[in-house]
Design a protein around this ligand. Sequence first.
Ligand code: SAM
Length: 223
Amino acid sequence: MMPGSQQWCALLAKGALEAGLPLQLNHIELMGRHARALLEWNRNINLTAITDPADVAVKHFLDAIVPSHHIPWEGELLDIGTGGGFPGIPLKILRPDQPMTLIDGSRKKINFVKHAIRILCLEKIEALQARAEDLADRPENRGRFDVVVSRAVSDLAVMARLALPLLAPQGKLLLYQGPSESPRQADAAMLLAPSLTLMTKVEYRLPVLGDQRTLLVIGKTVS
Ligand code: SAM
């Protein structure tokens, strides 16, 4: 199966529908274009360990969008450690009006994300080569983001520390977690900084494969 082929698009559409998320044709077309570019660039730079096109559809695109109704649509969104653009780019495809910033410490990965933004003609989105801790050093970024998302970057305690200074006073931090991170979730609330509260643990299954995933929804409670 080629990424972006009719068969690939059908798998993506069917999986999204299975999760109660009907995709429009333009969403599917843009995700196909992103997937093709991801696997092409992946031959030369290490963007993802997932190289089977069907797995890319399920483990990258569907994982990013299936729990997305728990991610606020209002305000500016930051994706920390976006890698090949996940979850930021699939979220952007679904929400063209929400301003987004995607950061990664790796220049090569950000060069790819910039390329993807260009070929998908996405607007109100910026890709920056930066580490989260350095972004927070700049006064204009402190308390700037209403929504911070991140997947597969670091553990909860580290992510809480990185996101806290960047979050707006009533901001939300959404952490996508895979199965290997599950045991830590029991202690989630205790690991958090006092001004962060674990609001919801959204458990969901990846369409098609049925693998268990979790989205932690964490709220900032003071300025
Ligand atoms: N989020 C993507 C995904 O789920 O496919 C990429 C995950 S990859 C395992 C982790 C990424 O986080 C790497 O690209 C790495 O360069 C980046 N990263 C790690 N620590 C970071 C930090 N403190 N600030 C920005 N990026 C970071």
